[in-house]
Design a binder for this molecule. Structure first.
Ligand code: GSH
Length: 214
């Protein structure tokens, strides 16, 4: 299997944590995509993922799978022993619900803020991401507020349960963790009163897969 991505970026990290949790590092070859140079907006990469985002998992038969959730489902279920995406219908439903909230209430608003209210990844990429970005700053700043509301939501949740989807670590935790990483990169701090969220972040940072992702 091949993974097209760039190390250190939030969504690639999600899949790299999954690979480490599943001990599958040796099964994957990484191919670096130059995001600041907008390599992922050129025809060769758009043939892999028309949405122009990383990561992309390419299977041996040439199938290209984008979207971290889909990639995670594939990798987690390959050995018939899912540990991150649930094994019962109820577990799967709750994990997917929380995973979606992690994207829609935290990671996505951070991304919109970063790409539309700041210079983002720089001059080569900005024309693809936000051609008239100076006209979108207000909208981008509103997403910053939404991301902070998302942090408060997850903080509230974590006051009563150890992990985002309940009692066990799951892909929803990985998505919130990556969302917070992106927020830090975009200089959106966790509010000081969100002590449960900060404590959870510290706990997740201690996991071997997070300390040493693929
Ligand atoms: N929903 C996508 C998000 C992927 C994504 O936004 N990846 C970022 C890297 S962290 C990216 O490709 N950014 C460059 C761009 O959007 O132009 C997923 O789950 O894979």
């Amino acid at each position: 299997m091949k993974i097209f991505d760039i190390p250190g970026f939030p969504n690639p990290l999600r899949v790299r944590i999954v690979l480490a949790e599943k001990r599958m590092n040796a099964q994957v070859e990484f191919i670096k995509v130059d995001l600041p140079a907008a390599e992922h907006k050129q025809p060769a990469f758009l043939a892999l993922n028309p949405l122009g985002t990383v990561p992309v998992l390419q299977l041996e038969d040439g199938t290209n799978i984008s979207e971290c959730t889909a990639i995670t489902e594939y990798l987690d279920n390959l050995d018939g022993n899912p540990i991150l995406t649930g094994s019962t219908p109820k577990e799967k439903a709750v994990i997917h619900m929380m995973q979606k909230r992690a994207e829609s209430e935290l990671a996505d608003p951070v991304g919109i803020y970063f790409h539309h209210a700041t210079p983002g990844l720089g001059a080569a990429l900005q024309p693809y991401k936000s051609p008239d970005w100076e006209g979108r700053v207000d909208w981008g700043n509103r997403q910053r507020e939404r991301a902070i509301d998302g942090m408060k939501y997850f903080d509230h949740l974590l006051r009563n349960q150890p992990y985002i989807a309940g009692d066990a670590f799951s892909m929803a935790d990985i998505t919130v963790f990556a969302g917070l990483l992106f927020a830090g990169f975009a200089s959106i701090d966790i509010p000081v009163e969100c002590t449960a969220l900060s404590a959870w972040q510290t706990k997740v940072q201690q996991r071997p897969s997070v300390k040493n992702p693929a």
